[in-house]
Design a protein around this ligand. Structure first.
Ligand SMILES: [Zn+2]
Length: 463
């Protein structure tokens, strides 16, 4: 059995594992490379796999860096099933449609420029028709039950606790009467994260692909993070300012709403209106609300008692652009949660333009801000920024609130691995840069006497 890594090898995007046995070929995840021009070029070309011979695709979760290259398969003629949990299917439809929309708008802009310079138009890498075709291939898999996905290959999907619907995949392949078990961790969430159940470790494997995004460190504790957040918000409420939170639509936003509901519920926290100003985040929240079967005990209890619904009554959803613009005229204190998470696009830009110059405004950054984004400039303490071609003074207070990551830190990764380690699997650290995977590899080799493999793009692992 051979597994080739066509992404997330030495970096954190483009997850794609090509599994070949003597009787079948499957892909686990087929995600987009993200970050700059180079990534965009890599996304245009299919890796050297024979699409006609591919039996199925299996998804760990809906994030674009695990699903974003799927439409390319359709363009190349792929017609077989794409296996995923029901929540991942719904979330993938939402995320891929949004991505297609953004790509279409980008392409229109590029083509307008090309028209002006007399160059021919270029087509988007895939169309919404390709996407509709793809969505028809989605095939739901249950949690914790073996499902046959190709001749001689079955999988079992278990909770990964990262975003709604996320799973680790236990893949069992039989070759010449011999059984081999491979685990793809997918992205693993931190223990104790709100709403979702904790990741479920698996006890046995011949080979493990373990994500290593934060293999080098632990996050600040959730308790300290929430306390820090509350202190910032209390002050912002006293200042009667607007609290702006750039947030990723899927996962982070729902965590945030949950923590706000919990704070409002306690009775000792100021109550003020919260505006969720992102159509995509609103849709993602609706999908979260629908899949209560995936909630942990604590969240489930709040659903049963009706408390969650009552506490979320302070949250207003702004779907239309008019509703979004109307927020400019409102007086603080209020909170606006809007995308994009790194302030490089979306409605948050309008709110930043209208409010950054006011000292009573608070901006709370809760996610990773990549180099070159407006969010990164704010975190780095820029005194002025450019938004829509206008120079805006940054008088607002900018707070960086770490600790709300949807990825397990080092200790939680090791706790997960602890369970499978006694079966002495071959271990590959994927989905991590050197700064994440090298320190984790060192600990794993010291603690378990195993020699983790740190793969590069195109590397083949054989068992
Ligand atoms: Zn993810």
């Amino acid at each position: 059995m051979k597994i080739t890594l066509f992404g997330a090898a030495g970096d954190v995007t483009g997850s794609a594992y090509y599994v070949e046995t003597d009787s079948a070929k499957v892909l686990v995840d087929f995600g987009l490379f993200q970050g700059g021009k180079q990534a965009e070029i890599r996304n245009l070309k299919l890796p050297p796999i024979n699409i006609g011979k591919l039996d199925s695709v299996i998804l760990t979760h809906a994030h674009l860096d695990h699903t974003g290259r799927l439409p390319l398969l359709i363009k190349a003629g792929y017609q077989k099933p794409v296996f995923a949990t029901p929540a991942t299917i719904e979330m993938s439809a939402l995320i891929l449609h949004d991505s297609a929309k953004v790509k279409k708008m980008d392409m229109q802009r590029v083509n307008r420029k090309r028209s002006r310079s007399g160059q021919p138009h270029i087509d988007p890498i895939y169309s919404t028709e390709d996407l509709d075709h793809l969505l028809k291939l989605f095939t739901p898999v249950p949690y914790n039950e073996p499902v046959s996905v190709a001749p001689g290959i079955s999988i079992r999907a278990v909770e990964a606790g990262h975003i709604l619907g996320s799973v680790s995949i236990e893949l069992t392949a039989v070759e010449i009467g011999k059984k081999k078990v491979v685990i793809f961790s997918g992205d693993i969430g931190p223990l104790g994260m709100a709403i979702l159940k904790d990741p479920a470790p698996l006890p046995y494997a011949d080979l493990v692909f373990l994500e290593s995004t934060y293999g080098n460190r632990d996050h600040k504790s959730l308790k300290d993070t929430l306390l820090e957040g509350e202190t910032i918000i209390r002050q912002a409420v006293r200042d009667k300012g607007k609290i702006l939170i750039p947030s990723f639509a899927v996962g982070r936003t729902q965590q945030l709403l949950y923590y706000m509901a919990a704070a409002f519920h306690r009775g000792d926290f100021p109550v003020f209106p919260v505006y969720l100003d992102s159509p995509m985040a609103i849709e993602a929240t609706n999908i979260y609300m629908k899949h209560t079967e995936l909630y942990d005990e604590e969240a489930m209890e709040l659903v049963r008692s009706g408390e969650l619904k009552a506490d979320l009554s302070h949250v207003n959803m702004s779907t239309t652009p008019e509703e979004s613009i109307a927020l400019n005229g409102l007086e603080g204190p209020l909170m606006i949660i809007a995308g994009a998470g790194m302030c490089n696009a979306g409605r948050i830009l309008h709110h930043l333009r209208h409010n950054l110059w006011m000292p009573e405004t608070s901006v709370i950054i809760i996610g990773y801000q990549a180099e070159g984004t407006l969010g990164r400039q704010l975190v780095d303490g820029a005194k002025t920024v450019r938004i829509f071609g206008e120079t805006i003074a940054v008088k607002a207070q900018v707070h960086l609130l770490g600790g709300l990551s949807a990825h397990a830190g080092q200790s939680d990764l090791l706790r997960w691995f602890d369970v499978v380690a006694p079966s002495k699997p071959k271990i590959v650290l994927s989905h991590g840069e050197d700064k994440g995977r090298k320190p984790l590899a060192e600990i794993i080799s010291k603690r378990y006497g195993l020699s983790p493999i740190l793969p590069e793009y195109g590397d083949i692992i054989e068992i």
